[in-house]
Design a protein around this ligand. Structure first.
Ligand code: FES
Length: 258
């Protein structure tokens, strides 16, 4: 895997939900090739880089969405347009879009939502009938549901139907992402990114519906350092323990032991 340091310039940095920020940057994005990849950011004044998933990318422009989880991301939230960030690019395997079939289901839990957006955008561009289910704790945490709906404005014949669940029922369906699945008629393949309890519940629910729907899971929430140093990201697979930051973050669900 080629990874390179790039100096990216912040175009905008705005709060879009409780403790969640969207940052757009300009610079060289040539090494980003798949939705589901991540960047590793050197925040000025902090030694360890912060791995953050890529929400969207195009030539010369990158969008990331990050949650305030500590001093590093707090410092990031105070940066402004024109400030520069050193990023390692080209990290992670990303989602395989060739396996989607005609009716892919995409599931994002909380800050597992951003990489699902870049994936939805590319699948809709390929003419796929995409169903997206997003799960959040409460209304104040919800973001990007309109951006997903906007993907319907296209000329490819693709579509994007969006379902939102909140645990407290303050927005969309009350409960978890699994509470929305009965509304979806066809699923050819699934992609999911979010906390491990969500991934487990999703797999169990899909299994009840139909055995062996193929899927891909992103375990980015488990990442610490993002470059192989902390060993905190190991997950159990059928071929032994793997590092999410080096071997993933995306794995075939059939390979995972959870
Ligand atoms: Fe630190 Fe993988 S995130 S070793």
């Amino acid at each position: 895997m080629i990874q390179l340091e790039e100096i990216m310039t912040i175009l905008s940095n705005e709060k879009i939900a409780a403790d969640v920020y969207k940052m757009e940057l300009s610079g060289n994005t040539e090494l980003v090739s798949m939705p589901g990849q991540f960047v590793n950011i050197k925040v000025p004044g902090f030694y360890l880089r912060r791995p953050i998933s890529i929400c969207d990318y195009e030539p010369g422009k990158l969008t990331i969405i990050y949650k305030l989880v500590g001093n590093g991301t707090d410092a990031m939230s105070k940066m402004q347009a024109g400030d520069e960030l050193n990023m390692l690019m080209g990290l992670g395997n990303g989602f395989n879009t060739e396996l989607s079939g005609e009716y892919p289901l995409l599931v994002g839990g909380g800050v597992g939502t951003p990489p699902i957006y870049g994936l939805a955008k590319r699948l809709v561009a390929q003419g796929k009938k995409v169903s997206v289910v997003l799960g959040f704790a409460s209304k104040q945490d919800v973001f990007y549901q309109e951006k997903f709906s906007e993907l319907n404005e296209n000329t490819t014949g693709g579509s994007c139907k969006v379902y939102v669940a909140t645990v407290d029922g303050s927005f969309g369906t009350k409960g978890f992402v699994t509470n929305c699945l009965d509304e979806i008629e066809e699923i050819s393949h699934y992609y999911a990114c979010g906390p491990i309890p969500m991934l487990k519940a999703l797999i169990a629910k899909l299994d009840e519906r139909q055995k062996d729907i193929p899927g891909q899971l992103s375990f980015e929430e488990r990442m610490g350092c993002g470059f192989g140093a902390c060993v905190g990201c190991s997950i159990d697979t059928k071929s032994g323990y793997k590092k999410v930051c080096k071997d993933g973050p995306v794995f075939m669900s059939s390979d995972i032991v959870i």
